[in-house]
Design a protein around this ligand. Structure first.
Ligand SMILES: [Cu+2]
Length: 129
């Protein structure tokens, strides 16, 4: 093989490594909620064309306070729905709205806007012992 071919091969291999790294290591991403000594995990979520962060990780059994900070008037995001918890909450524009949940089961729980267009995930993890 000549130099150019080696270059293509190396470039391809680097790309594969990067893609694998992305899928295997960054899937655990998302904001990890800090749990205060009171047992409450408070997580700010900005609502603006989506949820940011879209993935929130909390330890099982913590009281979770999700503080939705809606920075837009788009009617799309005026409601947030947690189907697994039977929660549907109106989010006034340019205000913060707290949604409190206490998930006791580990798992991934989706939340969406009222029309299921914007999506986020609440990941409840068994805390490491
Ligand atoms: Cu929507």
């Amino acid at each position: 093989m000549n130099g150019a071919e080696w270059g293509v091969l190396l470039g391809g291999m680097t790309l594969i490594v990067l893609i694998n790294w992305y899928f295997f290591f960054s899937t655990g991403e998302g904001a990890v909620a800090a749990v205060a000594s009171t047992g409450v995990a408070e997580v700010p979520i900005v609502v603006k064309g989506g949820y940011s962060p879209a993935t929130v990780r909390v330890p099982r059994g913590a009281r979770v306070r999700l503080v939705f900070d809606r920075q837009e008037e788009s009617s799309c995001s005026e409601e947030v729905v947690f189907p697994d918890f039977g929660v549907r909450r109106f989010l006034p524009a340019h205000e913060k709205t707290v949604v409190e949940l206490t998930p006791n089961k580990a798992g991934s729980y989706g939340f969406t806007c009222g029309m299921s267009m914007l999506r986020g995930t609440l990941v409840v993890e068994d805390s490491a012992t």
